[in-house]
Design a protein around this ligand. Sequence first.
Ligand code: UDP
Ligand code: MG
Length: 310
Amino acid sequence: MKHEILSVIVPVLNEEESIPLFLEKMRQVSRELPVEVEYWFVNDGSNDNTQAVLNALNNSDSNIHFIDFSRNFGKEAALYAGLEYAKGDYVGVMDVDLQDPPELLPEMLRGVMSGEWDAVGSRRINRIGESRIRSFFSDLFYKLVNKISSTQLVNGARDYRVMTRQMVDAILSMPEYNRFSKGIFSWIGFRTKYLEFENVDRAAGKTSWSFFSLFKYSIDGIVNFSTAPLDIVTGLGFITFISAIIGAIAIIIRAIAFPSTAVFGWPSMVVIMLLLSGIQLLSLGVIGRYISGTYTEVKRRPIFIAKKVK
Ligand code: UDP
Ligand code: MG
């Protein structure tokens, strides 16, 4: 009989094919582990047979639990729900599509059980199987975020990790609605080690992230952990204000000193107006992002709604 428990949280959205493959692999790996493994599948509003698969598994195996969302709340909400229900001494977070190699689990667990690390995560060192454009923008995102935010993100880091109970409680103490886990993991601190691995393709099914949803997600990442865009906007406003003052003084001086040259430069006027109104609109957009963030936070809506938990 093993005494300690590892809870594995697995968000699933339309993954009827992947779940059996995942469990088969996990059963092989978990035999070698010094802990009992319980599973918390979070059904994030699937519209295939995912829930039927989970019901059957739950009936036949007392270590398999599920949380069934009332609709799709997103992977971040699913992770939060899983963390809230998981009662293990150690908690792991994994994708179901085997892109997070279960073979890393023993080493992750050793790291946290030894007491040397509070979390052992994973990062992929290449992006084989991913489109060039996607990799390019994702590299750009990490560079940008690490420049402007005091919360550092590790490039290529996945959500796949094993954490101590203490770290999970720290994450749960951040009940914010706009969640960006990569930032939260980093913000709470603790000692985290990253194991490196080569990217693997999905075992079955297809990715549910479009380029646009990833773009929105990265904007969330920036807005939630940095106020640098607001500082940039303030700086831009200041610079344009000063140039306007200088320009005005120059025009007055010219009008007095050389009255005959006073009407000149309509095209450049138009360009300047476009430039300034462009900067204004951009700034309003940036400020709007923060205000909408505040708005959704103050409403204090629940992060997820579960129809059934078992
Ligand atoms: N997922 C989810 N809710 C969503 C999108 C994804 O629970 O709204 C789950 C999905 O079932 C999978 C994991 O999150 O277990 C990672 O998703 P995916 O493999 O589509 O992302 P990728 O690996 O392409 O980044
Ligand atoms: Mg995947």
